[in-house]
Write a protein that binds this ligand. Sequence first.
Ligand SMILES: [Fe+2]
Ligand SMILES: [Fe+2]
Length: 362
Amino acid sequence: MAQESFVLIVSDRPDQARDLARGTVRVIASRVVGPGAGLPDDLPLVGLIDIADETEAVRWLGRLNDLRVPCLYLPRTASAHPDTAPHPLGATRTLPTGAVRPTILTALFDLIDAVQQARINQARLSVRASLVQGLAGQAGLVIRGAFEAAQSGEPIRAAEVDAGTEVILEAISDCGIRTWLETISHHDSQLYQHSLSVAGYAAAFSLQLNFSRADQMRLSKAALLHDLGKARIPAAILNKPGKLTADEMAVMRTHPDIGADILAAQGEFDDAMLAVVRHHHEMLDGSGYPSGLAGPSIPDLVRLVTICDIHSALTERRPYRNPLPHDEAHAIMCKMSSKLDLPLLRAFAPIVLRSAGYAGAA
Ligand SMILES: [Fe+2]
Ligand SMILES: [Fe+2]
């Protein structure tokens, strides 16, 4: 049994305390002390406070709460309301006055269960957090490698991009889009973070739409590399904190063609993926670039990545503006119905909810 797994019974009724201790013996060890005792050196899992003097009871509840030890309180009078803050591992419970032994033991075991469950959940969360951190690190190296290769004219290794895409799909299906976004939010490069974010949305979208594994990979990979052409946009334009001039905008708007041409030259990336990279800034009404494609000439995979790209951009911090909340970004996009695919935007809504932290979103 772990050293801390004991219940600390603080009581001014030694007989009842010993009786309660006997009742817990099959579940958990216990230690009985009087109100004048000091705190034990090792922390109890829970405390049981049974002291007639309310001031003394509140003192014990307070000191145990300070140590994050949840307590069960047995007041002697109906007026006893200990002024203690709710405990994060399960609020301190107060039983009605005159509670009998079975009631006290049931409440105590319930509290122990709640504390143990909370600890298990906490442990699971930290395992998941370190898992997703490792995966984000791997995917970050892949995107950095692809951009550096695109900049220097080295080949972009399709197998490495595949491995990075698989890592993102694994992270999203295991830990969800919100954990992914939180993890990559600390990335030092805004460009790489954006690529990882759009790829995360695309992975979540492909899972939401029950895509085949091949299409999950195709969509997520295209999203990961959609802005690859920015590797060859001058840093002064790419990182300009303010609004771009018309000339600078014209240069910026070359990035989809540059990225698609780089990937096409490799000969290892399929046409559907190249179309995403080349056309992710096209709009349904023909107002986008680089080709001014409209309506049916914009493939579905492109439309999906365009939605992920715009949602990601609106919810990212930029030097000149704060990030928009997820629901606001989605509302803005739903008003762009002449430019974006409205049924697909509706299908994206559960991802928006999950990104905003609504864990129960469908
Ligand atoms: Fe782009
Ligand atoms: Fe983008």
